[in-house]
Design a protein around this ligand. Structure first.
Ligand SMILES: C[S@@+](CC[C@H](N)C(=O)[O-])C[C@H]1O[C@@H](n2cnc3c(N)ncnc32)[C@H](O)[C@@H]1O
Length: 203
């Protein structure tokens, strides 16, 4: 079975070239929950081979944009060739630092099987950059492997549950969706997070 995830955990900055989760995720469930609209700007952060960027592309249409971002220069060069003439922009970049994308311009940040490799410092940088990028009504979607024994995947102590994500990020959590036998997608909204307003009561 294809491995998804990242074992490397030494050092503060973790950039791991993991394999694609394409064959393991329920793409239809993901796209249905994301409810992407024509004209939107979507960022596929840690895009890998860009298969989800390609799935987002027709949904945002000619007036929309999909930004496929990954620190892996080789992978981005390959993807850039594949997506010539489309509405996808392939970029080398690190989502835990300030990217070259303009502020308040992204409707959806999608991060699949990447979060669990982030160090605490990178999680802070990720949250700051997501908040900078999202429009006021924007969303964050994080796909991760479940935090219990599975036939493949990273060690259990590296994995994050939906509760861990909600604890780690000061964004407003919304749905948690099953997106494959071993995967979930946690959605967040870019409104004020817990402890900051009435919207957080009862979450
Ligand atoms: C397990 S792969 C997942 C690829 C793809 N998202 C998928 O679901 O198949 C992890 C990806 O995250 C990228 N990555 C690692 N650190 C990153 C960072 N700080 N910012 C953006 N991408 C990162 C890696 O280069 C790799 O392509």
């Amino acid at each position: 079975m294809e491995y998804v995830g990242c074992e490397k955990r030494d050092g503060e900055r973790r950039h791991h070239r993991g394999r694609s989760s394409e064959s393991l995720l329920d793409k239809r469930a993901i796209l249905s929950a994301l409810a992407i609209e024509l004209g939107q700007a979507v960022l596929d952060a840690g895009c890998g081979n860009g298969y989800m960027s390609k799935a987002f592309s027709p949904l945002v249409g000619d007036r929309g944009r999909v930004y496929a971002l990954d620190p892996d220069e080789t992978g981005i060069a390959v993807l850039r060739e594949e997506i010539k003439g489309t509405n996808i922009v392939a970029m080398v970049g690190d989502i835990t630092t300030t990217t070259h994308l303009p502020a308040s311009a992204i409707d959806l940040v999608y991060l699949s099987t990447v979060f669990h490799i982030f160090s605490p410092g990178q999680i802070e940088g990720f949250e700051a950059e997501v908040k900078r990028l999202l429009t006021p009504s924007g969303k964050l979607a994080i796909v991760e492997i479940v935090k219990h024994a599975t036939p493949f995947g990273p060690p259990l102590d590296m994995r994050v549950s939906p509760a861990d994500l909600k604890e780690a990020l000061r964004l407003t959590p919304s749905d948690t969706v099953e997106v494959g036998e071993y995967f979930y997608m946690q959605l967040f909204e870019n409104r004020q997070g817990r402890g900051y307003g009435l919207s957080s009561i009862g979450k």
